[in-house]
Write a new protein. Structure first.
Ligand SMILES: NC(=O)c1ccc[n+]([C@@H]2O[C@H](COP(=O)([O-])OP(=O)(O)OC[C@H]3O[C@@H](n4cnc5c(N)ncnc54)[C@H](O)[C@@H]3O)[C@@H](O)[C@H]2O)c1
Length: 437
């Protein structure tokens, strides 16, 4: 891809469109509203807290990322979304039980003003939820047209000059791409015929791409990572990214596994289990939705450890992932990992990780960064799969001829080097031999 010659400035209001106004979406919106008023700190967000080193270490140039690349300001974000329940963002946030009352009350007026638009919802894709705030239409093509009308109306009504979308809706049942998903024209025909393999999230993604709105997929569903959507994204010059926010246990896995592998320590088994009790956990209690999540979570270790290159160290690895819906915990997820590893002369060792995390608190800053970076990408003329945003995902989208990159630290380097490349700065190699000549 060509280096952008210019990046359009981040002028005017940016519509942030969120299919799914549940725990993650409302925690994100409330956090931005609090940060705007200096009532909270956007911890976990690279765009708000991060810095970037430029040039040699002796130059001591380390600006904040927000001062280096032209990002939209928090004050310019204007939130909207769709949900199958009528609750406004305040009511939904109260229901989600993530943020404390003192936080929610401080931004109640802003949150209450965000009323979800009616959702596109064919219930066979999310079997545990029964919402009624839904659209009616004779075909899936008409559903897409209604979503496109929503997008245009939202942008116009709120005086925005551009938009970005992040799927924060529920995890759908496991599906695979078929011939309908092969080309843009076969997908259009499938929409007209209401093909049963076209899912809710695919209809949102299609409508957003057609409106040239950059789209990121926070769930593990097949929403945009199929050939027809990638073709549309390239043709309409829209950036896309996905999938499945990398938050609790998988975040830890992609920190620990590259570390063990870098020291050539062997791993025989990795058993991961979680309990969580939020609505996401309830949806994942359905085996068909869990299957989608499981596939996304399992892919990580295989690519990091490269069993084919290191059969002695990782050839026999057994990797298991479990999630149990346990209502008393709400959004406060607890994850346990048992790692059976081995060292010098095959001597066995064990490592246990017990991460008491908060799902939506870890996901909210990811949504913010994706919004700001995807908007930047579009203003810089980048389009199609944005692999440099792999940093944020459990199952990063990638070109068909290569593997996904899961190692968090390689992902971070890729992200920062892409920012340097966009701004005509030298990428960092970390070679460093120039200091010793
Ligand atoms: N929180 C995390 O750490 C994390 C990590 C990775 C992925 N995710 C994914 O992010 C998504 C959101 O998580 P959450 O905790 O906010 O879940 P949630 O259940 O609180 O919110 C999801 C919302 O989507 C709505 N919804 C479902 N289908 C819809 C449709 N077709 N159109 C519009 N709205 C629809 C639901 O009514 C619900 O309000 C889930 O797919 C989850 O798997 C979350």
């Amino acid at each position: 891809m060509k280096r952008p010659s210019t990046i359009a400035p981040a002028k005017g209001k940016l519509a942030v469109l969120l299919p799914g106004l549940g725990a993650v979406a409302t925690t994100f919106i409330a956090g931005v509203a609090l940060a705007r008023r200096n009532l909270g700190t956007p911890v976990g967000s690279l765009t708000q807290m991060g810095t970037i080193r430029l040039g040699k270490r002796t130059e001591k140039r380390t600006p904040k990322i927000a001062d280096f690349v032209p990002l939209a300001g928090l004050g310019d974000l204007c939130f909207g979304g769709w949900d199958i329940f009528e609750d406004d963002a305040y009511a939904s946030a109260v229901h989600a039980h993530v943020l404390r009352a003192e936080h929610l009350e401080a931004v109640k007026t802003e949150l209450s003003a965000i009323q979800p638009m009616k959702a596109v919802f064919y219930p066979e894709f999310v079997k545990r939820l029964h919402g009624t705030h839904t659209k009616r239409a004779p075909s899936k093509a008409d559903m897409v047209n209604q979503l496109r009308a929503d997008i245009r109306a939202f942008i116009q009504k709120n005086g925005c000059n551009r938009a970005v979308a992040v799927w924060c809706g529920s995890t759908e049942i496991y599906t695979e791409a078929n011939e309908v998903h092969a080309t843009a024209s076969s997908f259009e025909k499938g929409l007209l015929a209401s093909d049963p393999s076209i899912t809710n999230s695919q209809m949102y993604a299609w409508a957003l791409l057609k409106e040239r709105v950059p789209f990121a997929n926070g769930s593990p569903n097949l929403a945009v990572d199929f050939p027809a959507a990638c073709e549309l994204a390239r043709e309409f010059r829209v950036p896309v990214a996905g999938k499945d926010f990398k938050t609790g246990q998988t975040l830890m896995k992609t920190i620990v596994a590259p570390g063990l592998k870098s020291r050539m320590l062997g791993i025989r088994g990795w058993y991961s289990t979680n309990i969580l009790g939020n609505r996401d956990g309830e949806v994942l209690d359905d085996p068909e939705s869990f299957r989608t999540k499981e596939v996304s979570k399992l892919s990580v270790l295989d690519t990091i450890l490269e069993r084919e290159l290191y059969p002695k160290l990782y050839g026999d690895l057994v990797h298991k992932v479990r999630i149990d819906y346990y209502p008393p915990r709400g959004d406060d997820k607890e994850g346990w990992d048992n790692i059976d590893l081995f060292g010098w002369l095959d001597y066995p060792m064990q490592m246990k990780i017990n991460f008491l995390c908060r799902d939506s608190i870890l996901a909210a800053p990811i949504v913010l960064d994706l919004v700001l970076f995807l908007d930047l990408a579009q203003r810089a003329g980048l389009h199609g799969i944005q692999e440099w945003l792999s940093f944020y995902f459990k199952s990063p989208m990638h070109a068909p001829q290569i593997n996904a990159e899961h190692d968090l630290f390689i992902q971070q380097k890729k992200l920062k080097n892409t920012l340097r490349w966009m701004m005509n700065e030298e990428p960092l190699t970390h070679l460093g031999n120039e200091y010793y000549q």
